[in-house]
Structures are given as structure tokens and as C-alpha cells.
Design a protein around this ligand. Structure first.
Ligand SMILES: Cc1cc2nc3c(=O)[nH]c(=O)nc-3n(C[C@H](O)[C@H](O)[C@H](O)COP(=O)(O)OP(=O)(O)OC[C@H]3O[C@@H](n4cnc5c(N)ncnc54)[C@H](O)[C@@H]3O)c2cc1C
Length: 348
């Protein structure tokens, strides 16, 4: 039997592509080795706004609609609560920032997401010199639970194998691909930063950007919204919060670091006024591209070898749309936007 697809990697990108396959009744097998953790450690926030500059992230007003309905469908299918609305409060550090916020509120596209009403802080646990700006229609996805529950179902149906995909075992035989005992029509590589080991695509300019969070417990904080200052505080219930994240493009080791913990605590203590304990720390490598656009498409030489990668720091919003675009491209020949097509780097 020849399967329609092999999917390598089961993070946000792999899961998003698998949903396309499910929706179109395609047969497939997934390989996942847990070597990368970006999706599993992510803060889980969906937010279309770049909170440093108060601008819209690339094509985010479209992506957010696709993404929210995508995760709600997965939630229904898995019968687990995965999507929750969570407003983001941007802490202003200067009056100029407050003024820029007001200017941004009136701009097309942004007005739907930026509230023009300033929010007064009523929580004594947090030091706020000015007000907050509120981003609307934002929320949180429980990615880790979603991936484990989905993977469990796949495993029960013998559609997910917990092992490292071995690139040197791939034989491309005219109209199909042989991988060990499995034959398939197409392979989609969705390995995140793991693509660096993939001889089909490791020439692409994807680099890692390590991100770390500390998890804190604070009984006195009592925060219900996500707060963004120089870092995020994201409530997770039962007095637990994720605090971060860091950005480091020099260190692509998977381990947590003391330097990141110290950096985050220093930033946190500038505005947190109550006691807290660090109870955990996590790290992952964001798959980031030089031009900050996803890397989607087909290998220059092999028409049935594809890539779905480059989600950077916005995988939650990007992955469902990018998976859809890649599927339409492979199955229906609908061309990819030049900005995302991996062919833009063909001559490297
Ligand atoms: C600290 C941190 C916080 C973040 N917060 C947010 C956030 O709040 N919102 C947001 O939108 N984004 C966030 N991101 C970014 C987001 O996590 C990424 O964009 C997204 O996870 C990328 O997903 P992916 O599936 O492409 O890659 P990955 O999550 O890296 O998944 C790739 C998968 O492939 C597997 N794999 C790799 N090689 C092989 C192989 N040879 N064989 C088998 N399996 C293999 C890996 O084990 C992994 O599971 C954050 C990232 C970090 C690090």
C-alpha cells in the first residue's frame, strides 16, 4: 500500500498539516522524536499585534480568524478545553508610548484589536507608572495538552511513530518515496529547528532563536489578564504564571540557562511588587528565518519532498494558514505567495 503522506515532526506545524490530511481523507504516517520543544514550551498566546511598535504582525488579521476556528475545531474533536480568551494588557513605560497607542488605535486593521480606552491598574501587586492599553480578541491555546491528546489518538491508530526520522533511509523512486518499509506519495518535513539535520533542506537560511520562560507561583499576584511589559506574565491558574520569554540567537542548545533565569527575574522585579517563587523553567528553539517569513514549498529537485517551517515566534497564528496553503499547493497546484515560498532562496 502507498500512503498519501509521511509527516516528519509533530509540533504546531505538523499538527496543522495533519488536520489538512484528515479533512481531505488522506492516508498518512507521522514521525516524532521530541528533539525540539518550541511548540511544547510556548506561552500559547495568540495575538496579532506587535506590542513593541503597536503595528499588525504580517497578515495577522486574516491569520487570527483561521487560527481561532482551527483550534476550536481541534478542541471539539479532542473533547478537551484548549482555547481560552485572555486579554493582553500592555504596560506603558512612558507617556509617549501612551500617545503612540492612541495614534495606532485609529489606524485601519488595528482599530479592531486595540482598545482606545485606557485601563487603570487596580492590582497593588504590579507597579504601573501610567495606564495599560488593552488588546482585544486575544487568547491562549493549551498547546502542550493539544499535542499530547492528538498524538495519543494517532498512536492508538498506529499513525504516529515515536522515533527519529532517518534521512539516509529515504529512496525517491519516480512517483513514490520509499522510507524503510513505508511507501508514500509525498513527504512533508515540519521539524522546526530540527531541519538543520535535514539534508534536503538544511541549506535554507533558517536559524534558531532560543526562548526561555520561568514558571512562578505567587499567591498574592491575583492576575487574570496577560500583562506585557518588557516581558510577559501569563496566568496559568492556581497562582502559576509563565514569565518571559528571552530571545537568544547565539545559543541553540536545548538546555535551560541560569543567565536567562536571572534576566527574567531582573525584568520581573522591576514591576512585580509581591513575593513569588520560581518553580520551573523551560527552553525551546524558535525556527526563525532571515526575512522573518515562513518557509513553505517543495524541494528544487524532488517534486514530492516538501517543507513547512519558519514559524518563528508566531507559530500559533501562522501554522494553520501555512499548512492550508501548502496543502492547496501540493494537491491542487495553487501557487504559493512568493513571500513564503522556499524557492525564494533557491540560489543560495
Ligand atoms: C519560549 C517560547 C515561547 C513562545 N511563545 C509563543 C506564543 O506565545 N505564541 C506563538 O504563536 N508562538 C510562540 N512561540 C513560537 C512557537 O512555539 C513556534 O513558532 C512553533 O512552535 C513552531 O512550531 P513547529 O511545529 O514549526 O516547530 P517545533 O515545535 O520545533 O516542532 C518540530 C517537531 O519536529 C520534531 N522533529 C524534528 N526533527 C525530527 C526528526 N528527524 N524525526 C522526528 N521528529 C523530528 C521535533 O521533536 C518537534 O516536535 C514560542 C516559542 C518559544 C521557544
Amino acid at each position: 500500500m502507498v500512503l498519501d503522506y509521511i509527516v516528519v515532526g509533530f509540533g504546531l506545524s505538523g499538527l496543522s498539516f495533519v488536520e489538512q490530511l484528515e479533512n481531505h481523507n488522506k492516508s498518512y504516517m507521522v514521525y516524532e522524536d521530541f528533539s525540539q520543544k518550541s511548540s511544547r514550551v510556548a506561552g500559547g498566546l495568540y495575538n496579532p499585534i506587535i506590542l513593541k511598535r503597536f503595528t499588525m504582525a504580517w497578515q495577522a488579521s486574516q491569520q487570527i480568524k483561521t487560527a481561532v476556528s482551527f483550534y476550536k475545531n481541534v478542541e471539539t474533536k479532542l473533547k478537551k478545553p484548549l482555547v481560552s480568551e485572555l486579554p493582553i494588557l500592555r504596560r506603558f513605560n512612558a507617556v509617549e508610548e501612551q500617545n503612540s497607542w492612541f495614534e495606532a488605535c485609529d489606524k485601519p486593521l488595528l482599530e479592531e484589536f486595540l482598545s482606545s480606552e485606557l485601563i487603570r491598574n487596580t492590582n497593588p501587586a504590579i507597579d504601573i507608572p501610567f495606564h495599560y492599553g488593552k488588546v482585544k480578541h486575544t487568547g491562549k491555546i493549551d498547546i502542550s495538552n493539544m499535542l499530547s491528546a492528538y498524538a495519543k489518538n494517532l498512536k492508538e491508530n498506529n499513525m504516529l511513530i515515536d522515533e527519529t526520522f532517518e534521512y539516509d533511509k529515504v529512496a525517491i523512486v519516480e512517483d513514490y518515496i520509499q522510507y524503510k518499509e513505508v511507501k508514500c506519495r509525498h513527504i512533508v518535513f515540519a521539524e522546526g529547528f530540527g531541519v538543520k539535520n535535514n539534508p534536503f533542506f538544511n541549506n535554507l537560511p533558517l536559524y534558531g532563536n532560543k526562548g526561555e520562560y520561568i514558571i512562578i507561583k505567587s499567591e498574592a499576584l491575583k492576575l487574570k489578564e496577560a500583562v506585557k511589559s518588557s516581558i510577559f506574565i501569563i496566568p496559568f491558574g492556581n497562582d502559576f504564571y509563565k514569565v518571559g520569554a528571552t530571545y537568544n540567537s547565539q545559543d541553540t542548545s536545548p538546555e535551560i540557562t541560569i543567565a536567562a533565569k536571572e534576566e527574567l527575574q531582573k525584568k520581573l522585579e522591576k514591576f512585580l511588587k509581591v513575593p513569588y517563587r520560581v518553580v520551573d523553567q523551560v527552553a525551546g528553539i524558535r525556527p526563525t528565518v532571515r526575512d522573518r517569513r515562513p518557509l513553505i514549498g517543495t524541494h528544487a529537485k524532488y517534486a514530492n519532498v516538501h517543507i513547512l517551517n519558519g514559524m518563528g515566534s508566531r507559530g500559533i497564528l501562522l501554522a494553520p494558514t501555512m499548512a492550508k496553503e501548502l496543502y492547496k499547493y501540493i494537491e491542487k497546484g495553487i501557487s504559493l505567495d512568493k513571500e513564503i515560498d522556499c524557492k525564494r532562496y533557491e540560489n543560495l
